[in-house]
Ligand binder design. Structure first.
Ligand SMILES: CC(=O)SCCNC(=O)CCNC(=O)[C@H](O)C(C)(C)COP(=O)(O)OP(=O)(O)OC[C@H]1O[C@@H](n2cnc3c(N)ncnc32)[C@H](O)[C@@H]1OP(=O)(O)O
Length: 552
C-alpha cells in the first residue's frame, strides 16, 4: 500500500547499468508513492564515504538521453499511475573553450522548490553493510535537502533489498546496447512542436531530451484550434490553456534555469521558420519529415537550417486494437471512452429510480444502436424520435398547431403529416425549426416522463432516453446523467446520406441544426464513439454499463 504522495528517487547506479535496473527500482518506488515521483540522477553517488556528499553538475552525455527514454518507457509499464518527472537541474553542458554559458564546476544553486513537495526520498544505493542503514538514510536526506526544498519531516527509504535480491539471483542486468557515453551536442535555442494533450511518457521524453539539448531557451509550439481539426477524438483534447499549464509546470520542475517560451501553433511551422536564434529542432522518426520541411521554409526565409535531433518513439505496451503502436494522446483519449469523465451533479428533483441516462449525439452518430445495446443489457429504451412522430398523429394536439404554422402543403393525401416535407422546411432554417420544436418538445417531454413513470412502476433500474437534441432542448433536468456519442462530421455526413438517401447538403443542414459535438461534450458525464467496428462500440458500451452499475 502506498504511504507517500510525492517522492524523490535518487539514482546512484552507474549510467552503464542503470537503464536495465530502472524497471525494478521504479516498481519498488511505486509501491511507496502514489502521485508524483521525481527522479534525480547522480550516478556514482557514494552515501557511505564518511563525508556528506554535495550535489554536483553532470555533463549531458548521450547515455543520459537513452536512460531518460528507458525511464519514461518503463514508468509507463510498471507505474502508469504515477506522474514521473526526471529532474535535470544538475545536468549542465561543459563550458565551451574560452568561456560559455554553463559550467559543471560552478557552485550548485540553492535548493530548488518543486511543484509537489516531497514526503519521502528513495534511493537505489546498494548498501553493503546493513548496519550503515541509519547513517546512509541521514546522509541521503541531507543530500536531497541541498538539492530540493523538502519538508522538515521528510522520510527516506533504501530500495536496495529488491536490488540485492536481483544481484543474488545472479541476473544483474547488463546493458545490451552499445554504450555511447560521448558528450551530447547542446544548443542555445531549441524548438519543438506538438499538441501535448494529456502529457504522457512520450511527451516527457521529448521535453526532457529537449531540456538536455537546450542551454538557454526552449521554444514550444502548441497546436491550437486550427491544427486540431483532423485529430481523432478531438472533442476530448484538453483546452489549450490546460495543456500549456501542464507544460509550464513540468518544465519548471525539470529545468527551471531554461527560458521557456510556449506559443500557439496555428499552422505546422509556427515560429520555427522565422526565429533566427533557433539552432535545433527535436523530432521523432514520424515527424522528421516535418523537421525537413521547416528547414526548407527557413532556407526560403534566408535563415540557417536547424539541426534535426531525432528521438526514439516509445512503444505502447498496453495498446488495444484501435490504438497506435506508439504511446499517443489519441490512445489515451480512446481509453476515456465509456468512463465517467465528469461526475453527475446530483438530481434531487428526480426520483432516484429508475436511473435515467440521457443519450445524445449528432445525427448519424449511432445513438440508436448504442441505445439498443443498452436495452439488451437491461435498460428501458425511450426513443424520442419515435415519440416525436407520435405527436404528429391526426387528432393529437400538435397536429393542429403544426398545420396552423406550416400550412396544408406538409400533408400527405391521407391527411397525415409528411415528415420529409416538414424536415425540408425546418432543417437549415433556425427560426422555422424553433417554431416547430416550441410546439413539439413540451409534448414529447410529457411522453418521456410517462415512459419513465411506467418503468418505475415495473421496477426497472435504468432508463435510456435516446434524444438527438436533448441538450438543445434543455432536457438535462429530465435525466441523472448525460452520455454523448461523438463521430467526425465527415463520417456523420456519409452515414446520413447512405442511410436516409438525402443529399450531402441536406445532411450538413441537419447537422448544423444541432450543437457541434465539442459543445455537447462539455455537458457529458460519459462520452462514447461509434467510429470503429461494432465490436469496439460493444466493448465501450459494456464498459460504460458496468461502471454505471458500480456507481448507482
Ligand atoms: C429533445 C429531442 O431530442 S426529441 C427527438 C428529436 N425530435 C425533435 O426535436 C422534434 C423535431 N423534429 C421532428 O419532428 C422530425 O425530426 C422532423 C419532422 C423534422 C423530421 O422527421 P423525420 O424525417 O421522420 O426524421 P427523424 O425524426 O427520424 O429525424 C431525423 C434526424 O433529424 C435529427 N433531428 C430531429 N429533430 C431535430 C431537431 N429538432 N434539431 C436538429 N436535428 C433534429 C435527428 O438527429 C435525426 O437523426 P438521427 O436519427 O440520426 O439522430
Amino acid at each position: 500500500m502506498s504511504m507517500f504522495s510525492t517522492g524523490i528517487l535518487v539514482l546512484t547506479s552507474p549510467l552503464q547499468t542503470l537503464p536495465l535496473r530502472i524497471a525494478p527500482v521504479l516498481s519498488s518506488a511505486a509501491q511507496l508513492v502514489d502521485r508524483t515521483l521525481y527522479v534525480h540522477l547522480h550516478p556514482g553517488l557514494n552515501l557511505t564515504s564518511g563525508t556528506q556528499p554535495r550535489p554536483v553538475f553532470i555533463s549531458p552525455v548521450v547515455d543520459l538521453s537513452t536512460l531518460i527514454t528507458r525511464l519514461y518507457n518503463n514508468a509507463a509499464d510498471v507505474c502508469g499511475h504515477l506522474d514521473v518527472r526526471v529532474l535535470l537541474t544538475n545536468i549542465r553542458a561543459q563550458p565551451a573553450a574560452g568561456g560559455g554559458n554553463a559550467a559543471p564546476n560552478c557552485p550548485f544553486p540553492t535548493p530548488q522548490p518543486l511543484f509537489h513537495s516531497p514526503d519521502v526520498v528513495l534511493t537505489d544505493f546498494a548498501l553493503q553493510d546493513p548496519h550503515q542503514s541509519n547513517q546512509v538514510q541521514q546522509c541521503l536526506e541531507k543530500y536531497t535537502g541541498h538539492c530540493y526544498v523538502c519538508g522538515p519531516g521528510i522520510s527516506s527509504v533504501l530500495l536496495h533489498p529488491q536490488l540485492v535480491e536481483l544481484q543474488e539471483k545472479g541476473d544483474e542486468p547488463k546493458c545490451d546496447q552499445e554504450q555511447k557515453a560521448g558528450p551530447m551536442e547542446t544548443y542555445s535555442d531549441v524548438v519543438v512542436g506538438g499538441t501535448f494533450d494529456r502529457l504522457h511518457g512520450a511527451h516527457k521524453t521529448l521535453l526532457s531530451i529537449s531540456c538536455l539539448l537546450a542551454n538557454r531557451r526552449f521554444v514550444i509550439g502548441v497546436c491550437d484550434q486550427a491544427m486540431l481539426k483532423k485529430k481523432v477524438l478531438k472533442e476530448l483534447i484538453e483546452p489549450y490553456s490546460v495543456r500549456v499549464q501542464r507544460l509550464q509546470e513540468f518544465l519548471q520542475d525539470t529545468k527551471p534555469s531554461l527560458q521557456v517560451e510556449i506559443l500557439p501553433l496555428e499552422d505546422p511551422f509556427g515560429v520555427s521558420i522565422v526565429d533566427p536564434l533557433l539552432k535545433c529542432i527535436v523530432v521523432s522518426e514520424e515527424t522528421r519529415k516535418g523537421g525537413e520541411a521547416v528547414n526548407r521554409k527557413r532556407a526560403e526565409n534566408d535563415l540557417p537550417p536547424l539541426v534535426l535531433h531525432e528521438i526514439q518513439v516509445l512503444k505502447d505496451a498496453h495498446r488495444n486494437e484501435i490504438e497506435e503502436e506508439k504511446i499517443s494522446s489519441s490512445s489515451l483519449r480512446s481509453r476515456l471512452l465509456g468512463t465517467l469523465l465528469n461526475p453527475p451533479k446530483g438530481s434531487p428533483h428526480l426520483p432516484p429510480t429508475p436511473y435515467v441516462i440521457g443519450l445524445t449525439g449528432s445525427s448519424g452518430s449511432g445513438k440508436s444502436s448504442v441505445a439498443k445495446q443498452l436495452e439488451v443489457l437491461g435498460a428501458v429504451r425511450i426513443d424520442c424520435d419515435k415519440l416525436g412522430h407520435e405527436v404528429y398523429q391526426p387528432g393529437a394536439h400538435c397536429y393542429r398547431r403544426v398545420l396552423e404554422v406550416f400550412g396544408s402543403e406538409i400533408l400527405n393525401e391521407d391527411k397525415t403529416i409528411n415528415r420529409r416535407v416538414l424536415a425540408s422546411k425546418v432543417f437549415g432554417n433556425q427560426a422555422r425549426l424553433k417554431c416547430l420544436t416550441d410546439i413539439v418538445w413540451p409534448e414529447i417531454a410529457i411522453l418521456v416522463k410517462q415512459a419513465v413513470n411506467q418503468a418505475r412502476k415495473e421496477g426497472r433500474g435504468v432508463c435510456v432516453v435516446d434524444a438527438a437534441v436533448l441538450l438543445e432542448a434543455g432536457w438535462i433536468d429530465l435525466v441523472h446523467e448525460v452520455w454523448v456519442i461523438i463521430i467526425p462530421e465527415e463520417e456523420a455526413v456519409t452515414r446520413i446520406t447512405e442511410r436516409d438517401g438525402v443529399s450531402k447538403e441536406d445532411a450538413l443542414c441537419r447537422l448544423q441544426s444541432q450543437w457541434p459535438s465539442s459543445k455537447q461534450v462539455k455537458y457529458a458525464n460519459v462520452v462514447l464513439s461509434t467510429l470503429w467496428e461494432s465490436e469496439v462500440t460493444r466493448k465501450q458500451v459494456l464498459k460504460a454499463w458496468n461502471l454505471l452499475q458500480k456507481r448507482i
